[in-house]
Write a protein that binds this ligand. Structure first.
Ligand SMILES: *Cc1c(COP(=O)(O)O)cnc(C)c1O
Length: 391
């Protein structure tokens, strides 16, 4: 019998299979990418050079937000908004528990209280019914409910109609943590235009990533935009050595802006390619495992990840190992809900309130997802997945 190694060697598929293929994107963008970097090296304006303004205009035009403010990373983008809104001690900020740590971290930074909210088992996004319970819980604890940080996990926009209904009944603002969903759309509304502000990340592995750290804030509110621009440069006033508020060094590098401008030019096309990959996974895995939801009418996912849900942890871990043996890389986002993390265990909810987040952390698995995943390679992955299930 042929060994797996031999089977791999005679297939048309290029091994290793990449979880995310930044090399394919880079070859596509050359030589423009190197030329863009060279232009920055020539003009030498490494901080707040002309590419920053050009990128901010490009991002704003892409998503339709009135103001785009680039910054150093996605975590700073979230923090800048909380700082601008003067969130602080005694304020309750509602955050899904099934997300990356940064979503809750920034709330703790400004001294406010994180109130974790459970997610929905099919969309993996914040659950509007539990959000309402969490607000009631915060009120009982004597906290002041202020705002909700939604996360469009894995690229799929959250259920904004229902979230907005809860937000308006308690007079809460919404900030969208769109680190994974820039390029997405909710019922015809582009990500970047929902809520009071949106924060995104340009970490290399995000749907729109640079070659280092980067991020941006979007808002339609001109006053909020002005305060954020000041905060990102040490709370500057009229000029640099006029400090009118406590800020931070939160600027994006000019080099990263130059790289992002090149990547933004093919982003729309890449989003379409990701959707095709997602549909192929959906068709191939349907009936075998619970897969990520396909976006509904008027919606678009940025497909940062394609995630499936197994029936229990042992099965998830076994399938993951079997796939690895077959040359298919996978990842678990996220192995632990935030309320179970040491650093965040001080933020309590009622017993059993965050069950779905706990279950998902045990059972999810993300498969290779990027715009350059070829049909043959994907068929191999699907086939390997189905074999790994019964193996
Ligand atoms: C990546 C990510 C962040 C943080 O972005 P950085 O640029 O790495 O600081 C925040 N929230 C979510 C949901 C993310 O996936």
């Amino acid at each position: 019998m042929e060994s797996r190694k031999q089977q791999r060697e005679r297939s048309d598929i290029r091994f290793p299979i990449h979880f995310i293929d930044l090399e394919a994107q880079q070859s596509r963008l050359q030589p423009g990418l190197s030329e863009a970097i060279d232009r920055v090296l020539k003009h030498g304006a490494y901080i707040m050079g002309p590419e920053i303004d050009e990128l901010e205009k490009g991002l704003s035009a892409f998503c339709g937000a009135k103001h785009a403010i680039s910054c150093a990373n996605g975590t700073d983008a979230l923090a800048l908004v909380l700082m601008a809104l003067q969130v602080g001690a005694g304020d309750a900020i509602f955050v899904p528990s099934f997300t990356f740590a940064a979503t809750a971290e920034v709330v703790a930074w400004v001294g406010a209280s994180v109130v974790f909210v459970d997610v929905q088992p099919d969309s993996f996004n914040i659950c509007p019914a539990d959000l309402k319970k969490a607000v009631e819980y915060a009120l009982e604890q004597g906290l002041r409910p202020k705002g909700i940080i939604t996360v469009d996990l894995f690229g799929l926009p959250a259920d904004y109609d229902s979230i907005e209904a809860v937000a308006s009944s308690y007079d809460l603002w919404i900030m969208d943590d769109a680190a994974q969903s820039f390029g997405g759309r909710y019922k015809g509304r582009d990500i970047g235009t929902i809520g009071l502000a949106t924060a995104t990340s340009f970490f290399p592995a995000k749907p729109l990533g640079c070659y280092g750290d980067g991020g941006a804030v979007f808002t339609d509110d001109p006053d909020l935009a002005d305060v954020i621009k000041s905060l990102r440069v040490h709370g500057k006033g009229e000029e640099k050595y006029d400090n009118i508020r406590i800020g931070m060094n939160g600027r994006l590098d000019t080099l990263q802006a130059a790289i992002l401008l090149q990547k933004l030019s093919i982003f729309e096309d890449e989003l379409r390619a990701r959707q095709i990959v997602a549909e192929r996974y959906h068709a191939g895995l349907k009936g075998h495992v619970q897969t990520a939801l396909l976006p509904g009418p008027g919606d678009r996912s940025a497909w940062a990840q394609f995630t499936v849900v197994l029936d229990h942890k042992q099965n998830r871990d076994r399938v993951m190992k079997n796939l690895k043996d077959r040359g298919v890389p996978t990842a678990v986002y996220y192995p632990r809900p935030l309320h179970k993390q040491t650093a965040y265990s001080c933020y309590k909810r009622e017993d059993g309130a965050l069950r779905v987040s706990e279950n998902l952390a045990q059972n999810v698995l993300s498969l290779p997802m990027h715009p350059y995943l070829e049909a043959e390679t994907q068929d191999f992955i699907i086939d390997a997945f189905i074999k790994s299930l019964v193996q």
